[in-house]
Design a protein around this ligand. Sequence first.
Ligand code: NG1
Ligand code: ZN
Length: 536
Amino acid sequence: DDKILAASKRHPIVPLEKGQFYKYGTAGFRMRASLLEGITFRVGLLAALRSRKLNSQAIGVMVTASHNPAADNGVKIVDPMGEMLEQDWEKYATGLVNCQSDEELVKQYNELAHQLKIDLKAPAKVIYGRDTRPSGHKLVSALADALEATDTEYVDHKLLTTPQLHYLVRATNTEGTPLSYGKVSEAGYYEKLAHAFVRAMKNKKIDGTLTVDCANGIGGPKLSEFLKYIPKGKVNLDVKVVNDDVLRPEVLNLDCGADFVKTKQRAPPIPKPQPGARCCSLDGDADRLMYYWIDPERGFFMLDGDRISSLAASFIGDLVESAGLKHDIRIGVVQTAYANGASTNYITQHLKLPVICTPTGVKHLHHVAQSFDIGVYFEANGHGTVLFSPDALTAFKEKQPQSPAQKDALETLAALGDLINQTVGDAISDMLMVEVILAHKAWSLRDWAMTYSDLPNRLVRVEVGNKDLFHTTDAERRLSHPEGAQQEIDDAVKKYKDARSFARASGTENACRVYAEAATRSEANELAERVARIIE
Ligand code: NG1
Ligand code: ZN
């Protein structure tokens, strides 16, 4: 206790104004980096407890603020199989971080151990990584201090993309078992991806150059490193890495990256967009992905998470059919209310696959995707992945093919199982998946875009007095509170053709968001503004 107390005094918490408190949200704790040192220390205490609770398995801690500006940072916990921290534990994180004094912290730490029947003498292991933000150094040393103070073994994996840390957590905990996820090293991650990519490509040709905007974040150097692992002559992936300046911290996520592309609905101004070029953007920690090109006739066209999701579902659905597994394997797609209605229609009516809608936040989507043999999930913002159940992976490897076509499909499915990150959305892995699919289909981005037309839509951020007054039901598609608001929204929606709209409190910002879609752009805008006025 003395060790923890002394260490805690070196990493004080910055008190908030009366009535305010820190909250472990959708993305862990995320805010101005100057507030995070004490928080990261306390997160370290919780990670150590979690490892001890889970038979000394390794727990991950990632220090990143993703697409936020350079001055921010964040910290989140990764569970043993590379998943997000179990939801029940979020409140313990919130509890420890909001303790008013070091003494109270130690008391609550011990109470938590007692309440959860955790043996504080058991071995514990935590592994961690950080993105390129300069504030990361200080935060990981506060983390290491917490791990020292609790006699926890730890490994500092230094600079990583968020999905790489998730990979390493799972690889660490499955090392030497039949469930082994790959070598426990950054090189192991690249080797696994490069090998699976070559297998999945099956000598198909990739057309032209892919320009990858890396948001001046950690994805830049990591993507460049990955490219060295692709065997020459086996695949012709030609990548041009741009916006990969990680030496000037202030340019991180500045006028570039997946979040910029999605929210501004245009290409990053630098490098100057080339009409016709196939482009994609990663976000600051390389877990989100957006594709786009500038059409010489129609201008900017974006292929977002909904498009990636429907592309993956269509390709994998066809493969499962060709493999003769249609009746054995259940494929499903998971979306949030922000998915464009046209994508949902395309998946249910054209691909004839079930779609389930969950609340915002990938942990919700991930959880539901696990209920299928193959679960495809993406948020519209480009964060997502495809999960394969152990049964599905076994079927790909063990089913005896009845024809060369079946054999081919089974091999491609098995390769996709290794290529696609099974722990969390991974922009580099997702990008390779998209390249594989486009090569197999011999599609340009324009062909991909032609599969369906998005409904015009508008997303607005609305400042409200108290966002906590807004309660939702039906996967956030309806407001149950404030009283009467939903009725007003329904009345507004009725005035437009093919319209849909909803409002909810943001989980990451102090505001509400209103989403609206309708048959025309002006109607979508008008509806969004009407609904915004209702909740204001
Ligand atoms: P909030 O702030 O709760 O809307 C945003 C994104 C989510 C998710 C989280 C975490 C939108 C509309 N919302 O959540 O999709 O990615 O951030 O990063 O994009
Ligand atoms: Zn991110």
